[in-house]
Design a protein around this ligand. Structure first.
Ligand code: G3P
Ligand code: CA
Length: 278
């Protein structure tokens, strides 16, 4: 597998365009599509009543006005909450706009209180699949199973059911730090690409090989700073390299120099512009 030139590197919006809009909301994903992202990254967790929702943390305390673990709440509980306002308090790029305006409104989306609430409501994976289906251009999806081991396969089962129901034209892949989760996905859907996420580069993976059947490595950008030779090794082993979370221009330049296959970033528009200028 050859190193990619900068113009061929895929740009993946991490939790949507989450530098500008609250992560994992419709607002963030619509912005990512407007920003020209090639694909959307999302984390999925199961609610107490078996729905997959796009939430990163085990608890909803950081990103909503509610409290508690996703796994102990039902979808109806989550649907009451606001997953957007925290971003304004924490200096979202659009914070500080005129009071009374909706900072996350896109020109092509409806206005009004219901539309606003939907933009910053808890996002189900199903709603995200619908957004991708309606995007009007191919937009990929990189879906990360979060701590799936405690659910004994239910996360993967529900995920594959939904993908089967939507049958998107765009490329979809499943990512996880859990090799066991990816193994379950491969057993049930061998054709679906899987990404093995890595926080550390374990000695047994330094030669670029991956757990059986996985063809995409997902190292953190810190791994590439410490082990830039990893990209060439992974390519030599026939694997792609999708790097996260790459926001700093120096890291984008490093990824471009190494010829990675995809950059996962909170700021897809800026990364796209930087890659285009190289
Ligand atoms: O895209 C992979 C990356 O999202 C993994 O880390 O913590 O942001 O889910 P995290
Ligand atoms: Ca993630």
């Amino acid at each position: 597998m050859a190193a990619r030139t900068a113009d061929r590197i895929a740009v993946v919006a991490h939790r949507g365009s989450s530098e500008d809009a609250p992560e994992h909301t419709l607002a963030a994903y619509r912005k990512a599509i407007e920003d020209g992202a090639d694909a959307l990254e999302c984390d999925v967790r199961l609610t107490a009543d078996g729905h997959l929702v796009c939430v990163h943390d085990r608890r909803i305390n950081r990103t909503s006005n509610g409290r508690g673990a996703v796994s102990r709440l039902e979808l109806a509980d989550l649907a009451e909450l606001d997953f957007g306002s925290w971003k304004l308090r924490h200096g979202g790029a659009r914070a500080g706009e005129e009071p009374g305006t909706d900072p996350y409104e896109s020109p092509d989306t409806d206005s009004g209180p219901d539309a606003r609430a939907e933009r910053t409501a808890v996002l189900t994976l199903e709603r995200l699949l619908q957004l991708v289906a309606d995007a009007g251009r191919p937009v990929g999806l990189a879906i990360e199973t979060k701590h799936p081991t405690r659910w004994a396969g239910q996360v993967e089962e529900r995920l594959l059911d939904l993908l089967d129901r939507y049958r998107l034209d765009s490329p979809v892949r499943v990512m996880s730090f859990s090799a066991r989760s990816l193994h379950r996905v491969r057993l049930a859907a061998p054709e679906l690409p899987t990404v093995f996420l890595m926080q550390l580069l374990l000695p047994r993976l330094r030669d670029g090989r991956l757990p059986a059947g996985v063809r995409i490595a997902g190292p953190s950008v810190r791994i590439l700073r410490a082990h830039p030779e990893y990209v060439e090794r992974a390519h030599r082993a026939g694997n792609e390299v999708h790097v996260w979370t790459v926001d700093e221009p120096a890291d984008v330049a490093l990824c471009a120099r190494l010829g990675v296959d995809a950059i996962i970033t909170n700021r897809p528009q800026q990364v796209r512009e930087q890659l285009a200028a190289l």
